[in-house]
Design a protein around this ligand. Structure first.
Ligand code: HEC
Ligand code: HEC
Ligand code: HEC
Length: 190
């Protein structure tokens, strides 16, 4: 039953624009942000303090009441278990290794590393993104499910009119102020 839902989602993702590698990403399992933290401590720390990391909280009754009313949502309702909201307010909702519920998978509430970068199980394998292979070829990782980090991907995944509170978003500013601290990559990946 779960497998069928996953297959359907893989299909939907593969059909979305700007998501090359997404069909394979749908086969990959979510590993959770602690795995990423081991090698990307600074990104993890700064991300933890963002609104993105806490995006699940916006679905709680009473949270962002004004914005909800304006968008025609019910501020008193608990939206934290609604798949139609969790698709963008949690990480990998309903997918293998992804968000199940706030109590079962507390690390996967909100917009986590893999919501933006893709489920990690395949691109973290030997010969891909590892300490022994710091000069990985980016195209190999994308084939294994790493998503491109650009405006088109963000728009296809979440920043679009399926969001009840959608407003035009400025990728360049958002990346600098709302995601995590950024450091130039040290190794060649072309
Ligand atoms: C075993 C260590 C390790 C783990 C675990 C790890 N990474 Fe990486 N990651 C690296 C290395 C090494 C690089 C390349 C760094 C460089 O060039 O300076 C990298 C690069 C990246 C990049 C840049 C991709 C690009 O465009 O080339 C992203 C995004 C990234 N990691 C995300 C993640 C995420 C998300 C996770 C968890 C799912 C994760 N990493 C887990 C070691 C790791
Ligand atoms: C397609 C992705 C998507 C879906 C589906 C989605 N959201 Fe969001 N939501 C976003 C994004 C992106 C933002 C932040 C920027 C914006 O408002 O567009 C956001 C922001 C919010 C905010 C804060 C708005 C503010 O101005 O403070 C609330 C509240 C919210 N969402 C509630 C919900 C609820 C409730 C649902 C389900 C009925 C839902 N969202 C479904 C993407 C989504
Ligand atoms: C909301 C989306 C989003 C989330 C969540 C996110 N990232 Fe990123 N990340 C990006 C974007 C966009 C870039 C590319 C920025 C650029 O091109 O300048 C990036 C770049 C990176 C890079 C390469 C640049 C650098 O700073 O080293 C790494 C590594 C990385 N992210 C790791 C992570 C990890 C680990 C997490 C979770 C703790 C995470 N990201 C969460 C969107 C996100």
């Amino acid at each position: 039953m779960r497998m069928r839902a996953v297959a359907a989602l893989g299909f939907a993702l593969a059909a979305a624009p700007g998501l090359s590698g997404a069909a394979r990403a749908a086969e990959a399992r979510f590993v959770g942000p602690k795995k990423c933290q081991a090698c990307h401590f600074a990104e993890h720390k700064s991300w933890s303090a963002t609104r993105m990391a806490r995006a699940l909280d916006l679905l709680k009754p009473g949270a962002a009441a004004e914005a909800k009313t304006k968008a025609g949502l019910d501020p008193a309702r608990n939206y934290t278990a609604e798949p139609g909201c969790l698709a963008c307010h949690a990480t990998g909702a309903g997918r293998p290794g992804g968000f199940a519920s706030a109590s079962e998978t507390p690390d996967l509430g909100g917009v986590g590393c893999e919501a933006c970068h893709g489920a990690g199980s395949e691109y973290l394998k030997d010969g891909k993104m590892t300490l022994a292979n710091r000069s990985y070829k980016r195209t190999d990782l994308i084939a294994a499910g790493l998503l491109r980090q650009d405006r088109e991907t963000c728009a296809a995944l979440c920043h679009n009119e399926k969001s009840p509170t959608h407003r035009p978003f400025d990728f360049e500013t958002g990346v600098k102020t709302q995601v995590h601290a950024l450091a130039p990559l040290k190794f060649p990946h072309e």
